[in-house]
Design a protein around this ligand. Structure first.
Ligand code: IVH
Length: 785
């Protein structure tokens, strides 16, 4: 055997073992990054030696050429369904039939009967699949179909990560048909739908549909990209018995690499089955996947054989169902609610229906894009889904039931609360220099605080614990204050008098005084709290903290231009625009001015944050201008050559061509020939200088810098600074920052969670710094974090 073949076999065995530990035992022993490294090593070796590729290699789970149709498969042993039980009495009846069928003593009201042993498993909500192994190798995968004939989905099942392509160990029967459920976890389903929305693809109503739609794909490459999982619950055709019990069979299959349920349990008698049902029922919402009940099976295989089948159901098993999470009802109307930022959101008014024990009469429709996506009309029959504790959702329209008088859903032109105009605002997202219009069009009432709905919620947010923390002012009291006309803006809270409050419902002398002193006590908020309390769209507590920490004063936050704001960690251009336009708005300026008039003293640090100051480099600045076809590398070259924005403006063609290739050089000139672009860049640069920052105005002489000629690599997560900042700092010392480790790498900075890059650095004996050592290193070179 060649060395390559040896290594391939070694890698496959190792990857199979890790797959097993990860998917079957739920006990991964290596980090994902290490798995990826082994996987890529195997892929590279196979690419170099294609004759060594076999169908059971872990690299072969990527799908194959699309089929034109599925071929049919006959099930040697029919794939049956299960009888259902809904009530405890149905279960006791089942147990009585089993006990009688096995000629065991049946108990009476006082007990005394035989306790049959049952296996208990969750009933996964996916689709039944048969996997045929010949001599331990997966040779065929099939759907259940009508139970007798299914579809050959072999290429698709191969892409499911936790289905073993080859059984582990030894001793398996020559022919072994494994049966189980292919399903999608709740998290996988959410991820899939989110990414489908992003690419404008079809979304799925529930994890079951998503699993079915993904598995029954003629193009198995699509299946390969879907987060499908398998769970084995039984066997079909088999050339030799495995164990005496159902649980024994499953445990043995697990040893051979088959994923089985972590919830598999043995119950002695029906009462323990009922306990199991209740226990899983209580934990149902917290499980990683959806289940629609539990399945009980007589554990002894001999007893199963004795009991046999009735019609298409085994007499030895039953599904004890949970209340359904989906129900049909009628959409009576769509109403519109106005949120804190004025967003007008459609809400479905439904004919009340019980879903899993809870009466549902309303469901959120999120936005008008969602209404369009569902193709929803008033009068439609719809499927309502209540997954766990989540707000009920309309997941599908039953088109066949659409009445003739169904009406389209229309966004109102006037705000339903204040009558102001409703405007459509399209958020603009920029990606890689190109301008793309973001998906979700938001409709907003332009009434601002003149709109009762917005005012109430703005005040509720303003006084909340994490904002100005004014205790003693509940939602109901805010409503009253607004309805009575006592509060028309957050500033009015500071003008409230004892007499205004004492007459409010639920207020008395003591609570009125308490509230007044809470209002007084809130007059010295930290800057972050104050910014958060303003309720700027898209600015949560974290972003407010970043703004406060980086810019250091309300004045700077108010003035900051979008391009300057994008220097802050986690602030993209979209949020930067939201912040900027919030403070540009005359109405908001008035609200802030009024607040400050009430002797509000905002506690700030006054100076710029160190991280922000360090993060601005000319290269980074030019990059953030998003000059078409000029990436970060090109921007850095401009910075290195010209040293200042004026330098770039003043460059002649020859100079420019020395810095950049022709296409990029042209693009830079064209970009700055547009006056708006030039002004924008100048304004942002001027502001950065006004804020007290400056970059080297001379040309940067890389050669003279301490790390000139060195290549550094950053890996893992850094806690004291973002990766971008770390990169800028290294570059400011003259180093190049690369994405991968090689023998030419000078040093690797490895934070927690570092994986294959760190491993490789160690292998190559490179210098490695943890974050602490890195910070120390920087400080030695005069860069403080
Ligand atoms: S046993 C003869 N066990 O429920 C026994 N089924 O109506 C056949 N299912 O189509 C099935 N979880 O897809 C069994 N732990 C489990 C199950 C399960 C889900 C599905 C299966 C079948 C349907 C039964």
């Amino acid at each position: 055997m060649t060395a390559a073949k040896n290594r391939i076999l070694e890698l496959r065995a190792e990857l199979d073992q890790h797959n097993y530990r990860y998917h079957v035992l739920d006990e991964p022993s290596i980090p994902d990054a290490e798995y990826d490294r082994l996987f890529h090593e195997l892929k590279a070796l196979e690419a170099a030696n294609p004759e060594l590729i076999t169908s059971d290699s872990p690299t072969q789970r990527v799908g194959s050429a699309a089929l034109s149709a599925f071929t049919q498969v006959r099930h040697e042993v029919p794939m049956l369904s299960l009888g259902n039980a809904f009530e405890e009495t149905d279960m006791r009846e089942f147990d009585r039939r089993v006990t009688e069928g096995l000629d065991l003593p049946v108990g009476d009201l006082f007990g005394g009967g035989a306790a049959v042993e049952y296996s208990c498993e969750p009933k996964l909500d996916g689709l039944a699949v048969s996997l045929l192994y010949q001599d331990g190798v997966l040779v065929r995968g099939a759907t259940r179909g009508d139970g007798t004939t299914g579809e050959d989905i072999s290429v698709n099942v191969r892409t499911v990560r936790n289905i073993p392509l080859k059984l582990h160990g030894t001793g398996w029967p020559a022919t072994l048909e494994v049966r189980g459920e292919v399903f999608m976890s709740k998290a996988g389903f959410e991820r899939l739908n989110a990414s489908q929305l992003e690419v404008g693809g079809k979304t799925f109503a529930n994890p079951r549909n998503a699993a079915a739609g993904s598995l029954r794909q003629l193009d198995s490459k699509i299946t390969a990209n879907r987060p499908l999982e398998f769970c084995c619950y039984g066997i079909g055709q088999i050339s030799a018995d495995i164990a005496d019990t159902h649980i024994g069979n499953l445990k043995q299959l697990q040893v051979w690499g088959m994923p089985i349920s972590h919830e598999l349990k043995l119950a002695h008698g029906i009462d323990e089955c009922l306990d199991y049902y209740r226990d899983i029922g209580e934990r149902r919402n917290g499980l990683a996947y959806e289940i629609d009940g539990v399945v009980f099976k007589v554990n002894s295989i001999a007893s199963q054989r004795e009991l046999g089948f009735r019609a298409r159901e085994p007499r030895w098993a039953i599904a004890h169902k949970f209340p359904a999470m989906e129900e049909l009802t009628e959409l009576l109307d769509v109403e519109f609610q106005v949120g804190r930022t004025g967003a007008v959101t459609p809400v479905a008014r439904l004919k009340p229906v019980k879903v899993a024990g809870v009466t549902v009469a309303n469901a959120t429709l999120h936005n008008m894009d969602e209404v369009a996506r569902l193709g929803l009309m008033i009068g439609d029959t719809v499927i309502i889904r209540r997954a766990g504790d989540v707000i009920p959702q309309v997941v599908q329209v039953v088109l066949e039931r659409r009445p003739d008088n169904a009406r389209p859903v229309q966004i109102p032109e006037q705000c339903p609360v204040c009558g102001s105009q409703v405007e459509r605002t399209q958020l603009v997202k920029r990606s890689k220099g190109r301008e793309t219009v973001s998906e979700g069009a938001v409709y907003r009432c332009v009434g601002r605080l003149a709109c009762g709905a917005q005012l109430k919620q703005a005040i509720i947010h303003f006084v909340s614990r994490r904002a100005m923390d004014i205790e003693g002012l509940g939602d109901k009291s805010v409503e009253q204050l607004v309805d009575e006309g006592l509060v028309r803006s957050p500033a009015d809270l500071y003008a409230l008098k004892f007499d205004d409050i004492v007459d409010l419902e639920g207020f008395a002398e003591v609570s009125s005084n308490k509230l007044l002193s809470a209002i007084e006590d809130s007059k010295k908020p930290g800057l972050a709290r104050f910014i958060y309390a303003l309720g700027i769209p898209d600015v949560g507590e974290e972003t407010a903290k970043v703004l406060a920490r980086s810019l250091g004063s309300l004045e700077r936050v108010q003035q900051a231009l979008p391009h300057v704001l994008t220097y802050l960690p986690d602030v993209g251009l979209e949020v930067a625009h939201e912040i900027h336009s919030f403070f540009e708005d005359a109405h908001n300026q008035q609200v802030i001015e009024d607040l400050l008039k009430h002797d509000l003293q905002i506690q700030d640090q006054g100076k710029l944050g160190a991280e922000f100051a360090a993060s601005t480099t000319l290269g980074g600045f030019l990059d953030k201008l998003h000059i078409p076809s000029v990436g970060p590398g090109g921007a850095q070259k401009l910075a290195d050559r010209f040293g200042s924005l004026e330098g770039v403006f003043g460059a002649d063609w020859l100079d420019m061509r020395q810095a950049l290739p022709e296409k990029q050089a042209n693009s830079v000139r064209e970009f700055f020939a547009v006056e708006d672009n030039r002004l924008l860049a100048e304004a942002a640069e001027k502001q950065l200088r006004d804020f007290g920052m400056h970059w080297q105005s001379e040309k940067k002489v890389v050669e003279g810098l301490p790390l000139a000629g060195q290549t550094w690599v950053l890996t893992g997560s850094l806690e004291l600074m973002s990766r971008d900042v770390a990169k800028d700092k290294l570059e400011s010392l003259g180093a190049k920052v690369a994405g991968s480790v090689s023998a030419k790498t000078h040093c690797v900075v490895a934070g927690p969670g570092a994986g294959s890059k760190l491993a490789k650095a160690n292998e190559l004996g490179l210098k490695v710094l943890d974050e602490e050592a890195f910070v120390e290193f920087l400080s030695k070179h005069g860069i403080l974090v």
